[in-house]
Design a protein around this ligand. Structure first.
Ligand SMILES: NC(=O)c1ccc[n+]([C@@H]2O[C@H](COP(=O)([O-])OP(=O)(O)OC[C@H]3O[C@@H](n4cnc5c(N)ncnc54)[C@H](O)[C@@H]3O)[C@@H](O)[C@H]2O)c1
Length: 387
């Protein structure tokens, strides 16, 4: 699959690369299994910087475009033009770039939050379906194998009836107004670029999607959200939020997302509590899954081991014992995107139905959750019916 990046990776000098070491996660994931090649791109909002960066990556000069419109138009004229695009730009650009890409007949990988409104998300779903194109959304943590183990255990009934879903993504990196000197945080607290929320969309959608994977039977019926801007200048966008959720089977959920949880690293945890037992996964220890049966000693399941469900070992890259991490999780995601794209192009519905990846439905649901949370918070933090 020939892929382009609308990713603006602002690298180009070693200094910046050391300071922002996670800048190549899309490339690393897409190229890991040789399912994609990076052949073209619009690599920065600044065309000169983007061109320099593209050249540094080995992209041909004529395929380093000044912007995404030139990228899609230019590639459409080539017999060997791109087949997919990865969009890793600020939130306000996802909708317009994804729409243009789909209309040019390209498969899309988009960053989250997918777009600003459910109406936009549904519009993209309609276009993708009409064009028979895949949209993958990079909920990267979902590529960790122990998420599959938790899903298999819930499906098998190891937990009993699901009662509680306890989610959090609460780091402390923005406890102070770091946006004053960090452009990557500055746009995140500006509704024009970030959309209707900060931490709800930026952080909360990650564990929310993981919970959807682990316990797909749970559907939100009502929710209540309260959000705060502890760094006052961030208002109306929140740097902390708590959401309570009632599911239609009687289960209850909580989501705490925060960028002001001082002292915490990532703090992304997913705990699913059933009538017999619980599972808990923490993204800072992603190779382990805690399984706690009432009245028994807690057990820790380890990635790569033979006792795991088949789905949990399918993506194993280095065997048990060696720690895999976020780069491998993202590579698993991108490999799912590639299988889905190829199956779609071949019209292989059976193959497509067997590959699970964060798809456009996951993108739409993330936007829907944020929209409902904001609606509740704006009404004063009240219970609202989920729609
Ligand atoms: N999935 C995840 O785990 C994860 C992690 C971090 C960020 N993100 C998402 O990735 C996106 C980007 O976040 P970031 O932290 O990399 O932002 P950033 O500000 O660090 O980088 C954004 C880059 O996009 C470029 N850009 C802006 N508009 C552009 C355009 N029209 N065409 C080409 N380039 C353009 C800028 O030049 C800049 O270099 C956001 O949507 C964010 O939510 C997701």
């Amino acid at each position: 699959m020939k892929e382009a990046h609308g990713e603006a990776d602002p690298l180009g000098d070693g200094r910046r690369r050391r300071r922002q070491p996670n800048r190549n996660i899309h490339r690393s994931a897409a190229l890991r299994d040789r399912t994609f090649d990076l052949v073209a791109g619009a690599f920065d909002i600044d065309p000169d910087r983007g061109r320099a960066f593209g050249l540094e990556l080995g992209v041909a000069e004529g395929r380093c475009y000044p912007d995404y419109r030139a990228l899609f138009a230019g590639e459409a004229k080539r017999p060997d033009g791109i087949e997919a695009v990865s969009i890793a730009t600020p939130n306000n650009t996802h909708y317009e770039i994804a729409k243009a890409a789909l209309e040019h007949g390209l498969h899309v990988v988009s960053e989250k939050p997918f777009c600003f409104t459910v109406a936009e998300a549904e519009d993209l779903r309609r276009i993708a379906e009409a064009r028979r194109k895949i949209v993958g959304v990079t909920y990267g943590y979902a590529g960790h194998q122990m998420i599959e183990q938790a899903r298999a255990m819930v499906a098998k009934g190891d937990l009993g009836d699901i009662r509680l879903v306890n989610l959090q993504f609460a780091h402390g990196f923005h406890s102070a107004p770091v946006e004053e000197r960090n452009p990557s945080t500055k746009w995140r607290v500006d509704p024009k670029f970030a959309g209707p929320s900060y931490v709800l969309g930026d952080l909360g959608t990650h564990p929310l999607y993981i919970a959807e994977v682990i316990a797909p039977q749970l559907k939100i019926k009502r929710l209540l959200c309260a959000r705060q801007s502890f760094v006052r200048s961030r208002a109306p966008l929140e740097d902390n939020a708590v959401t309570l959720m009632e599911y239609d089977n009687g289960a209850f959920g909580t989501v705490w997302c925060s960028a002001v949880n001082a002292g915490s690293m990532h703090g992304q945890k997913v705990r699913i509590v059933g009538s017999k037992a619980s599972v808990e996964w923490w993204d800072e220890r992603p190779n382990q899954l805690s399984f706690e049966v009432q009245d028994e000693p807690a057990r820790v399941f380890e990635r790569g081991m033979g006792y795991l469900a088949a789905e949990a070992t399918e993506d194993d890259r280095i065997g048990a014992g060696h720690p895999e991490g976020l780069f491998e999780a993202w590579a698993n995601l991108y490999s799912g995107f590639a299988v889905a794209m190829e199956a779609t192009d071949r019209g292989d519905a059976e193959r497509l139905s067997k590959v699970r990846y964060p798809d456009i439905a996951a993108g739409v649901e993330g936007v829907r959750w944020v929209e409902n949370c904001v609606r509740s918070a704006e009404a004063g933090g009240v219970w609202i019916d989920y729609r």
